[in-house]
Design a protein around this ligand. Structure first.
Ligand code: PLP
Length: 468
């Protein structure tokens, strides 16, 4: 949304000028909680609207910060802020300042505002390119986060297992693609799910069709999964023989409806530049278009469905493609950052980890946060060190300052050993909390299974449970 600075401030009144970093999250949380629309003006950064204005970029707020609200909210908001400030003890303030909230174990923090901004971006991308949006819910696996998507008009989803489909069907999602090759041993659950819901499955061989012919009880849709170069599963895009054989067999199964071709260009994750991602993705689209052209006369309603966050984030041309299924974009992570797909400020999840030891000679800090929390996924930095997570300092609610040059360098089951540049070592004490930005957010969330929502009042723990 483009609003000039002059327009933004017209009719708004300054109600609070933050005197320290601590005030900002507190004032924001109280205004958010009361659904008061506000504008924050930071000295060095772009302005941020509060509620209802999600299309703008996000930056951790630093410098002198002013809060503006509408005339009609001035009295209410100043009263709320003054009551809240009076009720804070020095200890509370110190705790926020030093990041010493009561996390005694690795805790997954989630910034809702960033998620909504990431979501808004992808919804707009789909809209501008006339694409149907079927986001992958395996990244967050949370019914509550699913509702944020529903708020943007999303009504169909992708999942990676029958269990996940069942979970989301129980939470009123009734149009679900299970984007994993059909598993005969799930037949019973698929028959239950498809009784009341629109379910799509992936087919990659004739055996599945023969099995479905005997065992399927209700109408379902199927996509043929296509391998455009990732080489995980799927039929090679040029293998018309196998594709035709499947389609021919499927014609004998009245309950099976062919929906189209689906691919996931996971090989984008091996790319070294935006250009390479673009090249891989456009090649993948081209291979998919060949299939569309070949089969559209026989199946006039067939669609092409593609996934992956890198291509959906970076590309602005989706010729011939009908549907996108990105998942990771809702949180992003260090892997996406390394690929230049997102900025660090867009990463919506971090793991808050207690510092348990410091080794000044080795420039190391040990945290409670190991492979069972972060996963063993790593990227390599320019010195070819393995990086299991980037590091940040925080304000007790979220990460605010990236530790330049710091990273998790090794992991054992519960320990994380962090490399910390000299200039930061004196700022971190045993007992503090460090924020780890995960390499692969889907894996980290799946391990921790519990979110601590940080956009609320810092003292209120708002937990959303995942699938388990
Ligand atoms: C079939 C399929 N579709 C979509 C996605 C979402 O891709 P991303 O994780 O890049 O958002 C995945 C992720 O693995 C997938 O396997």
């Amino acid at each position: 949304m483009s609003v000039s600075n002059k327009d933004k401030f017209e009719g708004l009144q300054l109600i609070y000028e933050a005197t320290s970093q601590v005030d900002i999250p507190l004032v924001k949380s109280i205004l958010d909680e009361e659904d008061i629309v506000y504008l924050i003006k930071g000295e060095h950064l772009q302005n941020l609207f509060g509620i209802g204005n999600l299309g703008m970029g996000f930056n951790p707020i630093v410098g002198k910060t002013k809060f503006y609200v509408r005339q009609s909210d001035v009295i209410r908001s100043t009263e709320l802020i003054s009551v809240m400030m009076d009720s804070l003890t020095n200890k509370d303030v110190e705790m926020v300042k030093e990041g010493k909230l009561n996390f005694s174990k690795p805790t997954l923090l989630l910034n809702k505002q960033k998620c909504l901004q990431n979501l808004n971006f992808m919804v707009e991308k789909a809209y501008k390119n006339s694409l149907s949006f079927r986001p992958h819910f395996k990244t967050h696996q949370s019914a509550e986060i699913g509702e944020w998507f529903r708020g943007f008009g999303v009504n169909k989803i992708t999942v990676s297992s029958v269990d996940m489909a069942t979970y989301f069907a129980l939470h009123d999602w009734d149009d679900i693609t299970i984007a994993f090759p059909f598993n005969q041993r799930n037949m019973k659950e698929i028959n239950v799910l498809s009784e009341k819901n629109s379910i799509n499955i992936l087919i990659i061989n004739e055996e599945s069709i023969l099995f479905l012919k005997e065992n399927l009880r209700h109408q379902i849709g199927f996509f043929i999964e296509i391998d455009t170069g990732y080489h995980r599963t799927g039929i090679d895009a040029s293998n018309f023989t196998d594709i035709e054989a499947i389609l021919l067999k499927a014609r004998e199964v009245e309950l099976l409806e062919f929906k189209g071709f689906l691919t996931h260009s996971g090989h984008n994750y091996n790319a070294n530049s935006i250009d390479e991602i673009t090249e891989i993705s456009l090649d993948s689209h081209k291979k998919m278009r060949v299939l569309k052209d070949k089969f559209i006369d026989l199946y006039p309603n067939l669609i092409l469905s593609i996934g992956d966050t890198p291509s959906c984030t970076l590309l602005n041309s989706f010729e011939g493609i009908d549907e996108i299924r990105p998942g990771n974009f809702i949180f992003y992570d260090v892997m996406q950052y390394k690929l230049n797909v997102c900025k660090l400020e867009q990463i919506a999840v971090s793991v808050c980890c207690p510092v348990v030891a410091k080794n000044i000679e080795r420039n190391e800090i040990a945290i409670y946060g190991g492979a069972i929390h972060l996963s063993k996924e790593f990227i390599e930095n320019s010195f070819l060190d393995r990086v299991y997570g980037l590091l940040a300092l925080g304000d007790g609610r979220d990460f605010t300052e990236i530790i330049d040059g710091g990273f998790v360098k090794s992991l054992s089951q519960e320990h994380g050993i962090c490399h910390i540049p000299q200039e930061y070592l004196s700022r971190i004490k045993v007992g503090d909390l460090l924020f780890v930005l995960p390499v692969h957010s889907c894996l980290t969330c799946n391990l921790l299974k519990e979110y601590h929502l940080i956009s609320d009042d810092y003292s209120k723990k708002n937990i959303i449970f995942q699938n388990k």
